[in-house]
Design a protein around this ligand. Sequence first.
Ligand SMILES: C[S@@+](CC[C@H](N)C(=O)[O-])C[C@H]1O[C@@H](n2cnc3c(N)ncnc32)[C@H](O)[C@@H]1O
Length: 180
Amino acid sequence: MRLHKKPIDQNPSKLLTTYAQEIAFNTTGQIVDIGCGYGRNAFHLSSFGVPVLCIDMNRDALNFIESSKKENGNLLTVAEFDLFNNPWPFGDETLGAIVNIHCFIPKILDNFISSLKVGGYLFIETIDGRGKNYLELPPVGFIKEKLTKSFDIKLFKEKKVGPEQSDASSVKLFASKKKL
Ligand SMILES: C[S@@+](CC[C@H](N)C(=O)[O-])C[C@H]1O[C@@H](n2cnc3c(N)ncnc32)[C@H](O)[C@@H]1O
Protein backbone atom coordinates (compact mmCIF):
# COMPACT_ATOMS: atom_id res chain seq x y z
CA MET A 1 0.00 0.00 0.00
CA ARG A 2 1.28 3.48 -0.90
CA LEU A 3 1.81 6.45 1.39
CA HIS A 4 -0.41 9.19 0.09
CA LYS A 5 -0.16 12.97 0.01
CA LYS A 6 -2.69 15.14 1.76
CA PRO A 7 -5.85 14.97 -0.39
CA ILE A 8 -7.28 18.24 -1.65
CA ASP A 9 -10.73 17.12 -0.58
CA GLN A 10 -10.80 16.69 3.19
CA ASN A 11 -14.56 15.98 3.29
CA PRO A 12 -15.39 12.77 5.14
CA SER A 13 -16.60 9.65 3.38
CA LYS A 14 -20.18 10.37 2.35
CA LEU A 15 -21.32 6.94 3.46
CA LEU A 16 -19.68 7.37 6.86
CA THR A 17 -21.63 10.58 7.41
CA THR A 18 -24.80 8.43 7.27
CA TYR A 19 -23.64 6.33 10.21
CA ALA A 20 -21.29 8.63 12.13
CA GLN A 21 -23.92 9.87 14.56
CA GLU A 22 -25.08 6.32 15.35
CA ILE A 23 -21.49 5.26 15.97
CA ALA A 24 -20.68 8.31 18.11
CA PHE A 25 -23.84 8.27 20.22
CA ASN A 26 -24.11 4.53 20.85
CA THR A 27 -20.55 3.36 21.17
CA THR A 28 -19.53 1.89 24.50
CA GLY A 29 -15.79 2.00 23.93
CA GLN A 30 -12.86 3.51 22.10
CA ILE A 31 -13.41 4.49 18.45
CA VAL A 32 -10.38 3.77 16.27
CA ASP A 33 -9.76 5.02 12.74
CA ILE A 34 -7.52 2.42 11.13
CA GLY A 35 -5.40 3.94 8.36
CA CYS A 36 -6.74 7.38 9.22
CA GLY A 37 -4.67 9.34 6.69
CA TYR A 38 -5.09 13.07 7.24
CA GLY A 39 -8.05 12.52 9.53
CA ARG A 40 -11.03 13.59 7.45
CA ASN A 41 -13.19 10.77 8.86
CA ALA A 42 -11.89 10.98 12.43
CA PHE A 43 -12.52 14.74 12.52
CA HIS A 44 -16.08 14.12 11.38
CA LEU A 45 -16.70 11.49 14.06
CA SER A 46 -15.20 13.68 16.77
CA SER A 47 -17.51 16.53 15.74
CA PHE A 48 -20.19 14.56 17.66
CA GLY A 49 -18.17 14.98 20.84
CA VAL A 50 -16.44 11.61 21.01
CA PRO A 51 -12.71 10.84 21.18
CA VAL A 52 -11.13 8.98 18.26
CA LEU A 53 -7.78 7.21 18.15
CA CYS A 54 -6.19 7.75 14.74
CA ILE A 55 -3.70 5.11 13.57
CA ASP A 56 -1.51 5.40 10.51
CA MET A 57 2.10 4.78 9.52
CA ASN A 58 2.39 8.12 7.72
CA ARG A 59 3.99 10.62 10.12
CA ASP A 60 3.16 13.59 7.87
CA ALA A 61 -0.52 12.69 8.00
CA LEU A 62 -0.47 12.35 11.78
CA ASN A 63 1.39 15.65 12.14
CA PHE A 64 -1.33 17.29 10.08
CA ILE A 65 -3.98 15.91 12.45
CA GLU A 66 -2.02 17.08 15.46
CA SER A 67 -1.61 20.57 14.04
CA SER A 68 -5.30 20.82 13.06
CA LYS A 69 -6.60 19.80 16.47
CA LYS A 70 -6.78 23.33 17.84
CA GLU A 71 -9.23 24.44 15.13
CA ASN A 72 -11.18 21.19 15.09
CA GLY A 73 -11.39 20.31 18.76
CA ASN A 74 -9.12 18.25 20.86
CA LEU A 75 -10.69 14.83 20.75
CA LEU A 76 -8.23 13.10 18.47
CA THR A 77 -5.22 11.08 19.58
CA VAL A 78 -2.72 9.84 17.02
CA ALA A 79 -0.52 6.75 16.97
CA GLU A 80 2.13 6.02 14.36
CA PHE A 81 1.95 2.33 13.68
CA ASP A 82 2.47 -0.03 10.74
CA LEU A 83 -0.54 -2.32 10.87
CA PHE A 84 0.82 -4.74 8.30
CA ASN A 85 4.24 -5.42 9.77
CA ASN A 86 3.49 -5.28 13.48
CA PRO A 87 1.34 -7.41 15.74
CA TRP A 88 -2.17 -6.07 16.18
CA PRO A 89 -2.05 -3.71 19.18
CA PHE A 90 -5.50 -4.24 20.77
CA GLY A 91 -6.82 -6.98 23.02
CA ASP A 92 -10.02 -8.94 22.60
CA GLU A 93 -13.30 -7.07 23.17
CA THR A 94 -11.62 -3.75 23.93
CA LEU A 95 -12.92 -1.44 21.17
CA GLY A 96 -16.24 0.30 20.67
CA ALA A 97 -15.91 0.98 16.94
CA ILE A 98 -13.47 0.47 14.09
CA VAL A 99 -13.57 2.70 11.06
CA ASN A 100 -11.43 1.51 8.16
CA ILE A 101 -11.65 3.52 4.99
CA HIS A 102 -9.51 3.07 1.87
CA CYS A 103 -6.90 1.08 3.78
CA PHE A 104 -8.10 -2.52 3.88
CA ILE A 105 -5.47 -5.02 5.04
CA PRO A 106 -7.09 -8.48 4.76
CA LYS A 107 -4.97 -10.14 7.40
CA ILE A 108 -6.19 -7.83 10.17
CA LEU A 109 -9.90 -8.45 9.58
CA ASP A 110 -9.81 -11.26 12.14
CA ASN A 111 -8.30 -8.79 14.63
CA PHE A 112 -11.12 -6.33 13.96
CA ILE A 113 -13.59 -9.10 14.75
CA SER A 114 -11.98 -10.17 18.01
CA SER A 115 -11.15 -6.66 19.29
CA LEU A 116 -14.65 -5.24 19.01
CA LYS A 117 -16.87 -5.45 22.07
CA VAL A 118 -20.33 -6.94 21.68
CA GLY A 119 -22.40 -4.15 20.11
CA GLY A 120 -19.25 -2.57 18.69
CA TYR A 121 -19.43 -1.07 15.22
CA LEU A 122 -17.41 -1.93 12.16
CA PHE A 123 -17.37 0.43 9.19
CA ILE A 124 -15.31 -0.64 6.19
CA GLU A 125 -14.96 1.03 2.83
CA THR A 126 -12.27 -0.47 0.61
CA ILE A 127 -10.75 1.48 -2.23
CA ASP A 128 -12.78 1.33 -5.44
CA GLY A 129 -11.96 -0.80 -8.48
CA ARG A 130 -10.20 1.81 -10.57
CA GLY A 131 -7.03 0.96 -12.53
CA LYS A 132 -4.87 -1.61 -10.80
CA ASN A 133 -6.65 -1.28 -7.46
CA TYR A 134 -7.97 -4.81 -7.89
CA LEU A 135 -4.48 -6.06 -7.06
CA GLU A 136 -4.92 -4.78 -3.49
CA LEU A 137 -8.55 -5.76 -3.00
CA PRO A 138 -9.96 -8.85 -1.28
CA PRO A 139 -11.64 -11.72 -3.13
CA VAL A 140 -15.41 -11.66 -3.66
CA GLY A 141 -17.13 -12.95 -0.52
CA PHE A 142 -14.06 -12.68 1.73
CA ILE A 143 -15.32 -9.95 4.06
CA LYS A 144 -18.92 -11.13 4.29
CA GLU A 145 -17.94 -14.72 4.98
CA LYS A 146 -15.74 -13.66 7.89
CA LEU A 147 -18.46 -11.51 9.47
CA THR A 148 -21.67 -13.39 8.82
CA LYS A 149 -21.64 -15.49 11.98
CA SER A 150 -20.77 -12.86 14.55
CA PHE A 151 -22.03 -9.57 13.08
CA ASP A 152 -25.37 -7.97 12.42
CA ILE A 153 -24.73 -6.61 8.93
CA LYS A 154 -26.66 -3.39 8.45
CA LEU A 155 -25.23 -2.42 5.07
CA PHE A 156 -23.26 -4.52 2.61
CA LYS A 157 -22.36 -3.50 -0.92
CA GLU A 158 -19.90 -5.58 -2.87
CA LYS A 159 -18.77 -5.05 -6.44
CA LYS A 160 -16.58 -7.38 -8.45
CA VAL A 161 -13.77 -5.31 -9.95
CA GLY A 162 -10.76 -5.67 -12.22
CA PRO A 163 -10.30 -7.90 -15.26
CA GLU A 164 -12.61 -10.86 -15.94
CA GLN A 165 -10.20 -13.41 -14.50
CA SER A 166 -9.71 -11.43 -11.28
CA ASP A 167 -11.76 -12.36 -8.23
CA ALA A 168 -11.27 -8.99 -6.51
CA SER A 169 -14.07 -6.93 -5.01
CA SER A 170 -14.59 -3.49 -3.54
CA VAL A 171 -16.77 -3.44 -0.46
CA LYS A 172 -18.72 -1.00 1.70
CA LEU A 173 -19.93 -2.36 5.00
CA PHE A 174 -21.54 -1.24 8.22
CA ALA A 175 -22.12 -3.85 10.91
CA SER A 176 -22.26 -4.37 14.63
CA LYS A 177 -20.98 -7.30 16.64
CA LYS A 178 -23.60 -9.69 17.94
CA LYS A 179 -23.71 -11.41 21.30
CA LEU A 180 -23.20 -15.11 20.52
C1 LIG B 1 -5.89 6.14 0.79
S1 LIG B 1 -5.39 6.59 2.41
C2 LIG B 1 -6.95 6.70 3.25
C3 LIG B 1 -6.87 7.56 4.46
C4 LIG B 1 -8.18 7.76 5.22
N1 LIG B 1 -8.73 6.54 5.74
C5 LIG B 1 -9.19 8.46 4.36
O1 LIG B 1 -10.22 7.86 4.04
O2 LIG B 1 -8.94 9.62 4.02
C6 LIG B 1 -4.68 5.12 3.06
C7 LIG B 1 -3.97 5.34 4.38
O3 LIG B 1 -3.61 4.07 4.91
C8 LIG B 1 -2.33 4.19 5.50
N2 LIG B 1 -1.70 2.88 5.54
C9 LIG B 1 -1.43 2.05 4.50
N3 LIG B 1 -0.83 0.93 4.92
C10 LIG B 1 -0.70 1.04 6.27
C11 LIG B 1 -0.15 0.21 7.27
N4 LIG B 1 0.42 -0.95 6.97
N5 LIG B 1 -0.18 0.62 8.54
C12 LIG B 1 -0.75 1.83 8.86
N6 LIG B 1 -1.28 2.68 7.96
C13 LIG B 1 -1.27 2.28 6.66
C14 LIG B 1 -1.58 5.17 4.59
O4 LIG B 1 -0.48 5.74 5.25
C15 LIG B 1 -2.68 6.15 4.25
O5 LIG B 1 -2.71 7.23 5.15
